[in-house]
Design a binder for this molecule. Sequence first.
Ligand code: ZN
Length: 611
Amino acid sequence: MANPVLPSSGVLSPLGLDAVRISPGFWGDRAALNREVTIAHCQEWMERTGWIGNFRGQRPRRGREFSDSEIYKLLEAMAWADHPALPELAETVARAQEGDGYLNTRWSGSRYTDLEWGHELYCYGHLIQAGVARLRTHGEDTLTRTAVRAADHVCRRFMEGTQTDGHPVIEMALVELYRVTGAERYLEMARRFVARRGLPSLGEIHLGRAYFQDDVPVRQAQAFRGHAVRALYLACGAVDVAVETGDEELLKAVESQWERTVARRTHLTGGMGSRHAGESFGDDYELPPDRAYSETCAGIASIMLSLRLLLATGDARYADLAERTLHNVLATGVALDGRSFSYVNPLAVRVPAETPDGMVSHAAEGGPRSPWFDVSCCPSNIARTLASVAAYVATSSADGVRIDQYTPSEISHGGLRLRVETGYPWTGTVRVRVLEGGAGRISLRVPAWASSATLTSSHGESRAVAPGYAGAEREWRPGDELVLELPMEPRWTYPDRRIDALRGCVAVERGPLVYCAEAAGDEPPLAEVAVRPGSALTERADGEVVELETEAVLGASAASAWPYGSAPDGWNGSHGAGPGAALRLIPYHRWGNRGPATMRVWLPVTGEPSG
Ligand SMILES: [Zn+2]
């Protein structure tokens, strides 16, 4: 079955890309754009930068030490999308593989001399994931043989000893290769890599061992910490190992780390990572909007982890976080034209800037999206995720089908064939129509934000449903329907007061979408905007897109020589607080598509007495 994650046990089973067909709609449109534009865009840049040429032996070698992994993630995207460019690119990669399976364009000749920073096993991890995708969508070919030879080489070289890699991903890749081939050595190698980390297994680095989660063993950690992508990829591998080996303690450990991280270390968008230094998680409640890191890859890694935990436990909270992160990080990571990408996803941008026309440093501060980066992990990660986004739509349980994410699609399971019709996330009606009948339960997820949802069936029942899963069980016949109505009124959202950086601010959400104010062109600047929470949020349709408007105060303070003083700097008094003005709010994922702009999700609350 075609799916990136296929556990052999768990409360839920994934429905593969062959069982879930997404049609035009929010995610269907993005998957089509990805297949038609983004995949070719990535390949062009990998040629232009010489990263593919490295596999042809071109010298000097170009790109960072981990650039091979971008070609592998692109191959994975091509595999899910059944893209015609895959065979030739796979041949190019295969020709660079050495006789014993070793394959790396940077370290050939000096193998495994820098496990902390070398990324050799990391690169194999992405190669193996590409191979698994190809095995599940096509069957054995050059790409799958290359991946299996690399995995066998890793098992021979690393099965004994204490070594592991500075950047996790090999763990979950090997478990998936075990799942598709049945070869136990891959699972055992993954289990050992997870168990070794934190003993410690790696050398000292200037960022400290927590950077690559080598400070404490996985099962003893309290929260995700250090480099966010590393931490989340490791957690994915740990869940995969736990599920396949029946290690309940390890699964529980990751669940409790997820809980604490979601409660204290996650941005409103679902983004993870607070610090530019080390691209890392911050301390609890350290969530600055303007300096948020929230790397696109960390959002993707969190979505991958959510799916694994959902499958293992059946708990709707994991699908809830996946929904938030899909709509507000993954969808933000790529421009509406599919040709530029964000690496960092701050929740406030102070300085407008043009989209660059060439490659930029990944250390760019998170202004406009860019066509390519010196470290270009995010574009290829977006490409492989959008190519397999149908994997998140539905799952099956012992008694039927669960629909976890809403987008127009057709879902087949057992004898049942269902069509999901919806304008989500713009409208809150999700209509599930039975095309081919059968017995069983059809369940729909009611998101945690849905305070008043109703479920109506064509058999005449209508009832209020609470967050979690709601559904009905019967012998379904063609034409039967279930209709979920979700409340799409925009809502004001307040931060926990322990998040210092957000104190005195509010945000606006509607359905699964976080909204932001954006100022492009000659629109009034946002530096001194303030709002009155609780005031009206008016919807304005722009095509199918729903924008919002609320009343705001736009301040205009005089320049000051010293930005501190002996009296509170309120909105009353001498700060030139203007009369009420209309403030337009757009979905956060659409920001930065109208030219240079400033942006903010969190809006200061005006100190003026409300009228
Ligand atoms: Zn990235």
